[in-house]
Design a protein around this ligand. Structure first.
Ligand code: PBG
Length: 331
């Protein structure tokens, strides 16, 4: 019989009690780091459930106000708004109409919660175009980068006039942050911040979102969203470009399949004092909800574990459809 070798180092000591584990928990998740993405549908008489995102709805203007109040009371500090217009057209005119659904919803929420939440507007044309692309098309049917920039400039100013504290350019057009910054400054909105969707990948996990906004998209966004087969360095490059162009916060999206990109972007941005956000997207939400509905995973711990993984990978801020609920779980 050999005498057993007692370990000299015992990592388990730091796991012995709940207090011990809490003491050494380090980078933890807090409600103030969470942002609630919310959909509002023009003309809706009552909230409309989104089948592939159980628990998430297309809000009416009224129910959106209530959701914003709940979010603020839960301790969140941000809400990101997406509009679902009744009619769509080639250039997405609803996006720049001051009476368009997204812009009136921004004004509604600001009048309801004031500065208690950072009110953000998705700055992209895809919800408003009849072809579903994030920009306008040229004669050959391709997404025209520079013509789209003009639309984004206008959209930014309309959102700022509606009271948005922050705009979120998410269309992945080259130069979009610079153009938006310039347009905002020219119109006197020097304090309106930019959350740049910097590293955004063409992803199958956006599927449920397309239902959420009644997207008209045929085909894909591969000529503007990034290709996940490339080295994560491309994500860092996109983020650094956005910072140079004036982004106040950079974002990586989706989160879970791109945690390595998130880590690298967060490290690079932190060197420059710029916070990094990550978007826990619709497909990530749908997968977990579906498994939980089958009783295959324990829902609440799985939500917190998911959000913690995104935080640990470097996100200072997380956009998640679970934001209000998760804030409650963290209390
Ligand atoms: C573009 C936009 C999208 C999402 C957020 N902003 C859709 C897309 O790029 O296809 C997806 C969010 C999600 O899937 O939860 N306006």
């Amino acid at each position: 019989m050999n005498e057993i070798q007692h370990p000299i180092v015992r990592p388990r000591r730091l796991r012995t009690t709940a207090a011990m584990r809490d003491l050494v928990a380090g980078s933890t998740l807090r409600p103030n780091q969470l942002v609630l993405p919310a959909f509002v549908r023009e003309g809706a008489a009552e909230p409309i459930p989104i089948g592939s995102m159980p628990g998430v709805v297309q809000h009416t203007r009224d129910s959106l106000r209530k959701a914003a109040v709940e979010a603020a009371e839960a301790g969140l500090r941000g809400i990101m708004l997406f509009g679902v217009p009744e009619t769509k057209d080639a250039t997405g005119t609803g996006a720049t109409d001051p009476d368009g659904i997204l812009n009136v919803a921004i004004a509604d929420v600001v009048s309801e919660v004031g500065d208690a939440l950072v009110v953000m507007g998705d700055l992209c044309l895809d919800e408003f175009t009849d072809h579903g692309h994030c920009g306008v098309l040229d004669a050959a049917g391709r997404v025209d980068n520079d013509a789209t920039l003009e639309r984004y400039a206008e959209m930014a100013v309309v959102q700022a006039r509606a009271g948005a504290h922050m705009v979120g350019p998410s269309g992945m057009m080259d130069g979009q942050v610079a153009v938006v910054r310039d347009a905002l400054d020219d119109a006197g909105f020097t304090d309106t911040a930019i959350l740049a969707y910097s590293a955004k990948y063409a992803s199958a996990f956006f599927g449920p979102f397309r239902e959420a906004v009644d997207s008209a998209l045929q085909g894909d966004r591969r000529t503007y969203q990034q290709d996940g087969r490339r080295d994560a360095g491309e994500g860092v490059r996109e983020a650094l470009l956005d910072i140079e162009e004036g982004a106040d916060i950079v974002m990586v999206k989706p989160a879970l399949a791109y945690l390595d990109v998130l880590r690298r972007v967060a490290d690079a941005a932190a060197e420059l004092g710029v916070p990094t956000a990550a978007y826990n997207i619709s497909g990530e939400y749908a997968m977990l909800e579906a498994a939980a509905a089958h009783g295959w995973i324990d829902r609440e711990p799985a939500i917190l574990e998911t959000l913690t993984s995104i935080r640990r990978a470097g996100a200072d801020i997380i956009l998640t459809y679970w934001a209000t609920e998760a804030a409650g779980l963290l209390r």
